[in-house]
Design a protein around this ligand. Sequence first.
Ligand code: MG
Length: 297
Amino acid sequence: MKFLLDFDGTLTNIQTEYQSDHDKLVKRMAEIGIAPERFVALFNKAVEDIMQQPTAYGWPDNGRLTAFCDEDIFMHIIAGIMRIDEWIASDDAAYDDIRKALSDNHVSLMQVAEECHLALCHEPLDAFNTPQPEVVNALRTLLDRDCEIVIASNSEAQRIIEKLEFVDLKPVAHDDNPSARFRVRGHAKKYALDDNPRPVQFGNRTIDIARSHYAQIIREERPQVIIGDVFSLDLALPIEMARNDPMIYGDMQIYLRTRPYTPQWAIDCILNPPEDCPVIARLLNHFDDLPNLVLRR
Ligand SMILES: [Mg+2]
């Protein structure tokens, strides 16, 4: 049995990393002259605002949204910053202090946010940014049962491998050995949208599945199990591939790794998949349930 797993948020708990990213942003803004209480209040207002219109804000790629801001807490930062940028671009004098601080320091808010996110990727490894113990146990059980495990992440492979080695797992990079049983495929670009949109309705959301980078990975790997924590990025495309090509992908099992930030609409998409969808779709509320769930068809 072959597994295609997402990494961040699926094998790790990103809550603490999000907090660290948020705190870096507040600290960096203080360095350029915006008091922490001022920036936190502004950021909270922006997040509250985008969460009221989650189909309008999220992670942009190729001029469209590749995931919605209510699907993942890191997207609160990207989309929250976009919202503040809109306010800054207006002529509202209420944002003069932010405009002045950014202009005096010759930076944009998005540049500051990107700097902070990049710094997060260089933090020392610890329990908070590496796979959780129940994940490690479940992966060991699957490997012991001769399962193949491929981790596909938008991050670079080496960083993911270091995080897995930190918890005594020994994967190899896909580029070094594409037939290894336990591999990491970095730069998976699941977020990357093609030029021509392919909108598909899932419940009350329209998700763009024009993701040829990710489709190529699914075609090459032909996994029986796909697991991810962000419906738009990880699961919408394979569900649609199975609907269009049930002879090839109809035996797949699709799992949404639920987290405190998982939106209800994504849970509903898994609990009520399209009628003509041949795959088994389930919630994965506890990672240690995985070995038993996958074998129970
Ligand atoms: Mg993820």
